[in-house]
Design a protein around this ligand. Structure first.
Ligand code: FAD
Ligand code: DLZ
Ligand code: SF4
Length: 509
């Protein structure tokens, strides 16, 4: 009998059609899956995120076994667990006298880099296969980006529409427009029929994992229970169907809305499943497209949803692999402030931040506008070091992996790449948050007040940010009007704004 190959399946590769599984031989090869301390602590992930992945990994291993594969699964509490993926693959190679190792390329640069060293460490060939769960390969993206002065999601997205045929009529977009975003900015009102994402009761496997996570990672950020995430492909499918039935039709209209008593609004809460491999992104888009053709969901909702996946999700991945490893060190504004303590405790008088962080702590989830316009906007206005901001986002969300989190945080939300990903910073005063949410009603600060002790801190911070970064931003054509407004203010008013912001920043710990 020929020597076996080891196929390493990572925690976010829980996909039967994975390229490494396609290349493997059920009769000969051994699949290796390993829970390791290094992956759980290279940043100290939210407890719910670790529990979700470990439980989903254990369920996937069962599924693979029932499908005829031999799986060598290493739990975190196995006595000989070396604590790292490199260590576990080395141990497994010895134990099984393996001839080679195959792995689908990891989503994070640091792990890809480590794997390059495995060949030497193991003395065995290590085959790293492309991750075919994405629509654009690294080469596709690099070819598209080549020679362009600016990389804009909108143009890349059109390519992805053409490539997939999603919402296309021949070579034209259905509805005559590529993008219906202008219709997707309505504030929401809470009503009794608000959708809720599908939740699932922990089974025995999940209960075992919850106990392990409580014991081993009890000091990590976030609440472990109640734990309601799905942990299998079937449950993730159920979550998709619940979203389609209850929330999709209004997804577009209320995509940017925020409400104090509604954490999920009309969002899908599917990113954790898609990113871990429990749902296939293209299949999700095709399923959602059928709702438009069946007349059950309007075009602005379906197009908006599909754009997030084949547009933004693919685009940020392309940027990540094009720009790493230097990308993580970018700091366009040279921002140096430490991340304020309240990002960990939610103890702040600012109601919008309190709501977004409390929910992050309890659910390991916040929706896009909370991440971008509340926690992200505040950090940028306050001048927080983008690396600290990045590490926070990577830790606290159940869907966070560096390939998707870093460009969203560093590029989109902090403008730390100087405009590679977005044409202007997503900076906003309290007015924006007030327009899109009901947070301000219950805030100790007054959103209409511009300066002084009781003023909404976003108001003076907004102008402070623009003033202190004027040398970098004044030339931006999209900010011309804003700077004209600032320049037209009296000296006294400008000084008042700057003084209020500085007083607030002095007290920020
Ligand atoms: P929905 O609003 O229902 O959107 C549908 C799907 O579209 C999502 O499930 C997701 O797969 C995809 N999507 C939407 N927006 C984006 C985007 N900007 N980039 C990539 N995919 C997108 N998303 C992550 O998956 N992981 C992250 O670590 C992550 N970090 C972020 C950090 C910051 C600072 C910001 C501003 C955004 C981040 N996002 C991240 C993007 C986005 O906020 C989440 O994908 C979304 O909130 C997930 O919730 P949902 O499934 O309910 O999404
Ligand atoms: C996020 C994560 C965690 C917490 N734990 C593991 C693990 O124990 N074993 C594993 O294979 N993967 C884990 N992951 C996911 C990896 O960090 C992920 O595969 C890489 O970051 C690449 O995206
Ligand atoms: Fe947030 Fe300002 Fe509104 Fe308070 S007043 S909730 S700080 S935007």
């Amino acid at each position: 009998m020929s020597q076996c190959r080891l196929v390493l399946i990572l925690g976010d590769q829980l996909t039967p059609a994975l390229s490494s599984l396609q290349a493997a031989d059920r009769q000969r090869d051994i699949l290796v899956m390993a829970e390791v301390v290094e992956e759980a602590t290279y940043v100290r992930h939210h407890k719910k995120k670790i529990a979700f992945l470990f439980s989903a990994m254990r369920h996937f291993a069962e599924h693979l076994r029932s499908d005829g594969w031999t799986v060598d699964y290493r739990t975190l509490d196995d006595t000989d667990n070396s604590g790292s993926l490199g260590g576990e693959i080395a141990r497994a190679a010895k134990q099984h006298d393996a001839a080679a190792v195959t792995v689908t390329e990891p989503g994070e640069w640091r792990l890809r880099d480590a794997m390059e060293g495995w060949l030497d460490a193991l003395g065995l060939p290590v085959d790293i296969l492309p991750d075919t769960r994405f629509i654009a390969s690294h080469d596709d993206f690099a070819d598209w980006a080549e020679g362009r002065k600016q990389l804009r999601m909108e143009f890349f997205y059109r390519e992805m529409r053409r490539k997939t045929g999603l919402l296309m009529e021949g070579d034209q977009p259905i509805g005559g427009k590529w993008n219906f975003d202008a219709e997707n900015r309505k504030p929401a009102k809470s009503d009794v029929f608000m959708p809720q994402p599908a939740g699932f009761k922990p089974d025995q496997i999940t209960k075992g994992v919850l106990k392990l996570v409580a014991e081993r990672f009890g000091d990590h950020f976030g609440d472990l229970e109640p734990f309601w995430f799905g942990v299998t492909a079937a449950q993730a499918e159920e979550a998709l169907e619940t979203f389609i039935e209850q929330a999709l039709p209004k997804f577009g209209d209320f995509q940017d809305a925020m409400l104090s008593d509604q954490r999920f609004l009309y969002h899908s809460i599917l990113s954790l499943y898609i990113n871990a491999g429990l749902l296939d992104p293209l299949a999700v888009c095709r399923r959602v497209e059928t709702e438009y053709h069946a007349g059950r969901a309007p075009l602005n909702a379906v197009e908006g949803f599909i754009r997030q996946i084949i547009g933004w999700r693919e685009f940020v991945r392309g940027i990540y692999w094009l720009k790493m490893p230097d990308y993580v060190g970018e700091n366009f504004f040279n921002a140096k402030r430490a991340l304020p303590d309240f990002y960990w405790t939610a103890e702040t008088d600012m109601a919008c931040l309190r709501a977004a962080i409390t929910q992050t702590k309890e659910e390991a989830y916040a929706h896009h506008i909370q991440r971008l316009m509340v926690t992200g906007n505040f950090a940028m206005l306050a001048g927080v070091d983008p690396k600290e901001v990045h590490e926070w986002y990577l830790m606290v969300y159940a869907d966070a992996y560096e390939w998707v989190e870093l460009p969203n945080t560093l590029g989109m939300s902090q403008f730390a790449d100087g405009g590679l990903l977005g044409s202007k910073p997503y900076a906003a005063s309290g007015n924006y948050i007030n327009k899109m949410s009901d947070y301000c009603h219950s805030c100790r600060y007054k959103v209409q007040q511009k300066t002084g002790e009781d003023a909404c801190p976003f108001n003076p911070l907004y102008w402070h940010f623009l003033e202190r970064n004027g040398d970098k931003l004044r030339g931006n054509p999209r900010l011309g009007q804003v700077y004209r407004t600032w320049d037209r203010m009296s000296d006294e008013k400008r000084a008042d704004y700057l003084d209020s912001a500085e007083r607030f920043l002095e007290k920020l710990i």
